[in-house]
Design a protein around this ligand. Structure first.
Ligand code: ZN
Length: 64
């Protein structure tokens, strides 16, 4: 496993499915362990719904 491997999560609006951003976490570190807890506090603005939403996160796998 390469050093500094990060997991990228796509941030999605749960209502419209609009992609509102991406977020990166190191899964191995403390932040990684707490990422679900951390992400549950996040709010993102969705330009489609024109409001802040509690986003969904989808793990992006970069397999080459
Ligand atoms: Zn939306």
């Amino acid at each position: 496993m390469p050093r500094g491997k990060r997991t990228v999560f796509t941030v999605l609006c749960p209502e419209s499915g609009n992609r509102v951003g991406t977020i990166r976490f190191h899964k191995q570190d403390k932040m990684g362990k707490a990422w679900k807890e951390h992400s549950s506090k996040l709010k993102k603005y969705c330009p489609v719904c024109k409001k802040h939403v509690k986003p969904k996160f989808k793990e992006e796998r970069h397999s080459k």
